[in-house]
Every structure is written in structure tokens, then in C-alpha cells.
Ligand binder design. Structure first.
Ligand SMILES: NC(=O)c1ccc[n+]([C@@H]2O[C@H](COP(=O)([O-])OP(=O)(O)OC[C@H]3O[C@@H](n4cnc5c(N)ncnc54)[C@H](O)[C@@H]3O)[C@@H](O)[C@H]2O)c1
Length: 258
């Protein structure tokens, strides 16, 4: 097969959770540009529809569904809706994140809510969606972690800002996502389902000037990532171009941790 054809996703059904968020939007766009039927799902229908309307202007059609990752019945409902409307699922990008904890000393209630969505919910949706993929012809699961799932926080980045110390829950569940990928690789073996992790570095979202200064001088590429910088690696892992990549964690940080 021609190498560029190997990246095509025509006819593939893809689910991106949190697809209307900062990173999700570019993942949804990249998969749709590669030819997939893309479903974005999060709690808010309005944000999904706003994205769908934007992409429509570029000639891309996406499908909007809702679910709540803190609720098992809601996850099962999403699986059923995908099965009823598409009859299969080929690509699952496990991207949604809840950030109720804002700093080191956030409340236990916020920590519990984070775990419910980002730990329990992430495992729950992986079990449900991988079962749907296995009922078809398999496919590719991409878990979105973070460089913060691989390394401790570099607190010097926050010097001179009022951003505080990053919350501990994030380092726990993002780290867990990387080894959970390896778990699912083994458990799903023989079902033609590949499972990989992408660990992004910081994405530019107009952070405070002092943070940008502190952070960017440490990055060999001299800048934060644009969300679009992740389109390529997602399509690689989703497509036949990545057909033998399984159980990997790909750090995409501009060389920060090299
Ligand atoms: N933004 C960054 O700099 C960055 C860096 C590294 C990794 N990441 C990772 O990228 C992924 C996306 O992050 P983002 O920055 O785009 O986040 P975001 O906050 O912009 O989007 C998160 C999405 O998750 C959805 N969500 C939250 N709680 C939910 C729930 N209970 N049920 C269903 N959906 C829910 C939200 O509605 C939203 O669509 C996350 O896994 C995050 O850890 C982001």
C-alpha cells in the first residue's frame, strides 16, 4: 500500500471523548480530515455542536453525542448509541479529563470527583468501548496522558506567577493511564485491538507571560505546543501506518524532557 494511503481512515468509525476541548478539537479535526466518521462526546451538547458547525464550514461532518464519564449507565448508553447508529467502533481516543482540583491543597471532595471521572470513569469507558470494538473487527485505542504522567512537576515554571502548585490528582491518574495502556494491550491480545498512549507537553492557551518565559526557555523547540501538533501522531496511531505500534507511550513535548 502507498504510504500516504496507509494514513487514510475512510469508513472507520472514531469516538473522541472531550472532543470539543482544547486538544480534542484538533484530534477530531485530524481524524475527520483523514476520512473517519468522527463522533465527539462530552457532557455538553452545545460545545460539540459549536465544533460541528465550525467544521461544517470546512466541509467536514462530525457527529455529536453526550455522556458523563462519572456515570456508568451514561457510558453504557453512549456505547449503545454508537452501536445502534454505526454498528461498530474502530478508533477510540480516550481524551476527556475533568479538572475539579485546582491546586496542591484542593478539597477531598474535588479529589474524589477527579478520581470518579479520570480513574474509575477512564477504566469503565475503556472496558465498554473495547468490548464494542471487539464485537467488530478490532481497531485502535489511544489514551491521552500527559508529560505530567511521566515526570514530577517542574515548579520553577510557576515562579513569578499566581498559578500555584499543580494538583496531585493529575499526576496520579495521568501516570496510571500509561500503565493501564499496557494492561489493556495484554488483556485485549488476540482481538486485533492496539492500545497506545500519547503524552503531550504543554499546549499554548495564552498562559501568563512569566510562565511562558520560564517554560519556553527550557524547550529545545522554544515554544509550547499548538493543539494541531498532535493531529499527526493521533492519525498515525489510529491508522494502518501504525499497524505494528502497540503498547507504546509517545511523549510529544518539543524535546523538553530529552
Ligand atoms: N491542555 C494541555 O496543555 C494538555 C497537556 C497534556 C495533556 N493534556 C491532556 O489532553 C486531554 C484533553 O485536555 P484539554 O486540555 O483539551 O482539556 P479540556 O478541559 O479543554 O477538555 C476536556 C474535555 O473533557 C470533557 N469532560 C470533562 N468531564 C467530563 C465528564 N465527566 N464526562 C464527559 N466528558 C467530560 C469536557 O467537557 C471537555 O470537552 C486530557 O486528557 C489532558 O490530560 C492536555
Amino acid at each position: 500500500m502507498n504510504v500516504l494511503d496507509m494514513f487514510r481512515l475512510d469508513g472507520q468509525v472514531a469516538l473522541v471523548t472531550g472532543g470539543a476541548g482544547i486538544l480534542g478539537q484538533s484530534i477530531v479535526t485530524g481524524l475527520a480530515e483523514a476520512g473517519a466518521e468522527v463522533i465527539t462526546a462530552s457532557r455538553s451538547r452545545a460545545s460539540g455542536e459549536e465544533l460541528a458547525n465550525e467544521l461544517e464550514k470546512e466541509g467536514l461532518t462530525i457527529h455529536v453525542m453526550t455522556y458523563d464519564q462519572s456515570d456508568h449507565d451514561s457510558i453504557v448508553g453512549l456505547k449503545k448509541q454508537i452501536a445502534d447508529e454505526f454498528g461498530r467502533l474502530d478508533i477510540f481516543v480516550n481524551n476527556a479529563v475533568a479538572r475539579p482540583m485546582k491546586s496542591y491543597d484542593g478539597s477531598i471532595e474535588d479529589m474524589d470527583l477527579s478520581m470518579r471521572v479520570n480513574a474509575t470513569g477512564a477504566i469503565d469507558i475503556l472496558r465498554e468501548m473495547s468490548a464494542l470494538m471487539a464485537e467488530g473487527s478490532g481497531g485502535s485505542i489511544i489514551n491521552i496522558s500527559s508529560m505530567m504522567g511521566m515526570f514530577g512537576p517542574d515548579l520553577s515554571n510557576y515562579e513569578g506567577t499566581d498559578m500555584g502548585t499543580p494538583p496531585p490528582d493529575y499526576f496520579f491518574h495521568k501516570g496510571g493511564m500509561i500503565n493501564l495502556t499496557r494492561y489493556f494491550v495484554r488483556v485485549l491480545a488476540g482481538q486485533n485491538i492496539r492500545v497506545n498512549t500519547v503524552s503531550p507537553g504543554g499546549i499554548f492557551t495564552h498562559q501568563p507571560e512569566r510562565f511562558l518565559e520560564n517554560y519556553c526557555k527550557k524547550v529545545p523547540l522554544g515554544k509550547l505546543a499548538d493543539a494541531d501538533d498532535f493531529k499527526g501522531v493521533i492519525v498515525l496511531l489510529a491508522s494502518d501506518a501504525g499497524a505494528y505500534i502497540n503498547g507504546e507511550n509517545i511523549l510529544v513535548d518539543g524535546g523538553l524532557w530529552s
